[in-house]
Design a protein around this ligand. Structure first.
Ligand code: NAD
Length: 362
């Protein structure tokens, strides 16, 4: 067998940055929004399952699998709000795209940057169906790692040019504004969340705290606003007061997952919600009128990562921005796996070592 068939393409952080640099971040965000929208339109073709979460005191580690019958993908992702205190990211991720017919991985990739891109692209795609027509001003509350991506996606997909930033850490807002200089925004840094939402037709919340926070209270949300709630994505981790939810028409990705993880964990398990894919596919209404409050209760779903990995596989092939990983054992005769080990020197004459305790629990 041609050895090359068994080498898996790997996109490192360095390669990912080059891919985004070559295409331009705005173009990447519109590409991803289009890919995600196309996959939402064929939602029924996918295997769907709520992600598998392992919770701990400080955060969560999750696996997110899905397949459309041709390709299979999964992402490993964590969420640890305290990480930034000692120089680590709140969210990091990597993922795999595989060929269903052989089960062989096709692509292995960093997904920390890709998650920020796909989350922002999904938010903007949802807002295109839900936000008031002609919305140009967005409040962006929580100015951490996701924030610039969110701003740029809303500009690229909807033409949002005015940003009103707020973060409990003023340095985070200052950095966000600095990073976005040159992208054509009109930016105001605000002293409170109440000030940030003034005059905004879209409100994005992207804060990180392992708590039931109340970033938005009922009195802060006027008629006609679209809320893009990104930060509440774990049991016990929400951003909106329940009264805001009760006044809103709520749109979600995959209800069995969002009812556990999203803002709607605060509501009765049968509180009506609309699946976003139905709006995208023309089976349900998005925004009906100018006074309606719409809420995208985003938690992040596996199909968005699947779409992003498929986009990346094409982009990596087009640009040559990948390395090849020796990840799959590849004996000349497929059933002679042990023979391959023997030929590599693991025969009976290999060095004998004194027996020692192995696999001790430390
Ligand atoms: P981050 O830690 O880099 O940034 C969070 C920011 O929120 C920080 O700057 C912090 O100072 C600020 N903040 C915390 N409490 C606040 C408050 N009460 N008011 C205003 N600002 C406050 O985190 P990040 O990577 O930008 O992620 C933001 C959130 O989005 C996290 O909760 C993360 O889990 C979530 N997330 C969701 C998705 C999704 O698909 N829905 C994807 C990625 C991340």
């Amino acid at each position: 067998m041609d050895r090359k068939l068994n080498l898996v393409r790997f996109v490192s952080v360095e390669r990912m940055m080059r891919i985004v640099g070559k295409r331009g971040v705005a173009r990447v965000l519109t590409d991803l929004a289009a890919c995600i929208e196309a996959d939402f339109r064929r939602w029924e073709q996918f295997d769907k399952t709520a992600r598998v979460a392992s919770h701990s005191h400080d955060g969560v580690i999750e696996l997110m699998p899905t397949s459309d019958g041709r390709h299979y993908a999964f992402k490993y992702v964590n969420g640890h709000p305290g990480n930034t205190r000692d120089g680590r990211q709140t969210v990091t991720a990597f993922g795999v795209l595989s060929d269903v017919a052989t089960g062989y991985p096709l692509l292995f990739s960093e997904m920390t940057i890709l998650t920020a891109l796909r989350t922002a692209a999904t938010s903007a795609m949802a807002a295109r169906h839900l936000a008031p027509r002609g919305a140009r001003t967005m409040a962006l509350i929580g100015n951490g790692a996701q924030s610039e991506f969110q701003a740029l996606a809303f500009k690229a997909v909807l033409g949002v040019g005015n940003l009103r930033l707020y973060d409990i850490d003023p340095e985070a807002s200052a950095r966000c504004a600095r990073n976005l200089a040159g992208f054509g925004f009109d930016i105001a840094i605000c002293g409170s969340a109440e000030a940030a939402v003034l005059g905004a037709q879209i409100v994005t919340t992207a804060t990180a705290d392992k708590a039931n926070a109340t970033i938005l209270t009922d009195n802060m949300v006027g008629a006609g606003v679209h809320i893009n709630a990104v930060g509440g994505d774990c049991p016990g981790k929400t951003e909106l007061h329940a009264d805001v939810l009760r006044r809103s028409d709520i749109f979600v990705e995959y209800p069995p997952q969002t009812r556990i993880e999203g803002e709607i964990q605060q509501l009765a398990p049968d509180h009506p919600v609309t699946e976003l894919w139905r709006v995208v596919a023309g089976q349900a209404e998005g925004r009906r009128d100018g006074r309606q409050i719409t809420l995208f209760d985003s938690v992040g779903f596996a199909i968005e990562d699947f779409s992003a990995l498929r986009w990346l596989a094409d982009e990596a092939a087009r640009t040559g921005e990948y390395d090849e990983l020796d990840l799959l054992a590849d004996p000349d005769e497929p059933r002679d796996l042990f023979g391959m080990l023997l030929r590599a020197g693991a025969g009976p004459a290999a060095a004998h070592q004194r027996p020692r305790e192995v696999c001790e629990t430390r």
